[in-house]
Design a protein around this ligand. Structure first.
Ligand code: UDP
Length: 473
């Protein structure tokens, strides 16, 4: 069985950014495209990661590579495969890199599984590469490919999407595990300067901030009646008025939400009920149960709002073996809610068969929300924050990782110093629900901030500058 999955990436015309960028930024984008086509003419830019759906990296690759291809760059995406034991090891590395002790250990046998899996994937990848190519390896799952790729003569960039501001024993353990594989990489990319590891060559470190795709089914405009129709179709909202559950696919063709979510709820959400939403993978570091507790003890009593916790269908994300058990834990915690609160909390496992349909449902949820929460205990960047900000939602989020780069506290969202402080989370949400004018102001500032800093053109420009620098050596 071939180890690598080759992802089809449709070209997306980057000229559509003319409608959302300032004149200056748009001119810079056009210049970038000209230069990139010239410099990258004979190169393939390979991106290698470990899942094609669910989670931030898959989300990023789909849009960035689409725009790169639309601009004339031969950017490609392959996904490695592995047995469950490999993904258990890499999920542990992921948790450790966030400084989080998941109760397990990293053993010699884990290293063996890791190396064997990547050796098998390397055997498929290496014959495809040419010395002129640039290979971007994403996250801990692919770090062990560095040596094999480097031997082909290709340029290797390793990009780490996770990190923490203050290292601890766990993160250092993960660094020690992974650093042995990374010595030959030409560059290491982190989402924040504070995430860069000790012991890496400082000259090879680059910081590149992630971005969202303003036009993808996840973030494209939806009329309120469209969002409601999508949520009704997905089984989350009680039907009020009929509307079209439609969206536009990345290739411009029309799409429609047909599949329902698996929703754990006592009754459907009513269209006129104020709504608090968190969208995340089912991951303890996203703390879905903490959000539910903050809602039950500090929000439900003083507002008429409901809460939706949404994430991918629990077993759909290949490189996240904990999804199903965290979803089950969240359902158990939901069952323990009091009779007064339980009907106001809805847990939605969203269908993942069609990634764009899934994205349209996430889009509708974020737009329908009065307040979006991202109460993560650790976060690399937190794309869900930028996604909600782009939709002019007021976001209440933890002051951790890349979330701090996105939200200016009190201006374009609200930052919570200690995400375990449920009373503080609750108070921030209640304040925004009770003051719609303030919430609107924050939402408008949030949109401007994303337009200025977190859209794909800026991200592509950073990548290109790095590749250009490495190519000119
Ligand atoms: N996401 C999704 N469907 C879901 C749940 C999440 O498409 O059911 C997306 C979400 O919209 C965001 C990404 O997965 O684009 C999560 O990225 P983030 O950086 O927030 O967290 P990560 O999962 O990478 O830790």
């Amino acid at each position: 069985m071939p180890r690598l999955k080759h992802m089809q990436v449709g070209a997306i015309d980057p000229h559509r950014f003319g409608s959302v960028l300032s004149d200056r930024d748009y001119r810079e984008l056009l210049e970038l495209i000209d230069r990139a086509v010239d410099v990258l003419r004979s190169r393939v830019i390979w991106n290698v990661n470990s899942t094609y759906r669910g989670g931030g990296v898959a989300e990023l690759l789909r849009s960035l590579l689409g725009y790169a291809r639309g601009g004339g760059v031969d950017a490609r995406w392959v996904v490695i495969r592995g047995e469950p034991a490999f993904f258990t090891t890499t999920k542990r590395l992921h948790n450790y890199l966030h400084g989080f002790d998941d109760g397990g250990e990293l053993r010699e046998t884990d290293r063996l599984t890791y190396e064997q899996t990547l050796a098998a994937n390397a055997a498929d990848l290496v014959p495809l590469l040419r010395p002129n190519d640039v290979v971007i390896l994403h996250d801990p799952q692919t770090a062990g490919l560095t040596d094999a790729v480097k031997r082909t003569g290709a340029t290797v960039i390793w990009r780490c999407h996770v990190g923490l501001d203050r290292p601890n024993e766990r993160s250092r353990t993960a660094w020690a595990f992974l650093r042995t594989y990374l010595g030959d990489a030409d560059a290491y990319v982190f989402s924040r300067a504070t995430f860069a590891w000790e012991g890496l060559d400082r000259d090879r470190i680059a910081v590149i901030t992630p971005s969202i795709d303003a036009f993808s089914p996840k973030n494209q405009e939806q009329a309120p009646c469209q969002s409601r129709a999508i949520l009704t179709r997905a089984g989350i909202l009680a039907a009020d008025r009929p509307g079209q559950a439609t969206f536009t696919r990345a290739d411009g063709t029309p799409g429609r939400v047909d599949r329902g979510a698996e929703v754990v709820q006592a009754s459907r959400l009513r269209g006129d009920t104020p709504l608090v939403v968190q969208v995340s993978r089912w991951d303890r570091l996203k703390d879905p149960i903490g959000v539910m507790e903050a809602f039950a003890h500090h929000i439900a009593g003083s507002t008429p709002a409901d809460l939706v916790l949404a994430g991918p269908a629990a077993d759909a994300v290949v490189d996240d073996p904990e999804g199903a058990s965290v979803f089950a834990e969240t359902v158990r915690a939901w069952e323990q809610l009091t009779n007064g609160v339980r009907p106001r909390v809805h847990l939605a496992a969203l269908p993942m068969i069609d990634a764009e349909e899934n994205a349209a449902i996430v889009n509708a949820l974020q737009r329908h929300a009065d307040v979006v929460v991202q109460k993560s205990l650790a976060e690399g960047f937190g794309l869900t924050v930028a996604e909600a900000m782009w939709k002019q939602r007021p976001v209440v989020a933890s002051r951790i990782g890349g979330i701090q780069d996105q939200i200016v506290d009190g201006e374009s969202g609200v930052l919570i110093d200690d995400p375990r402080d449920l009373a503080r989370v609750g108070a921030a949400v209640v304040e925004l629900l009770s003051d719609p004018d303030h919430a609107r102001q924050i939402g408008a500032a949030a949109r401007r901030r994303v337009a200025d800093r977190f859209l794909a053109p800026r991200h592509l420009a950073r990548y290109f500058q790095l590749i250009e620098r490495l190519a000119s050596r």
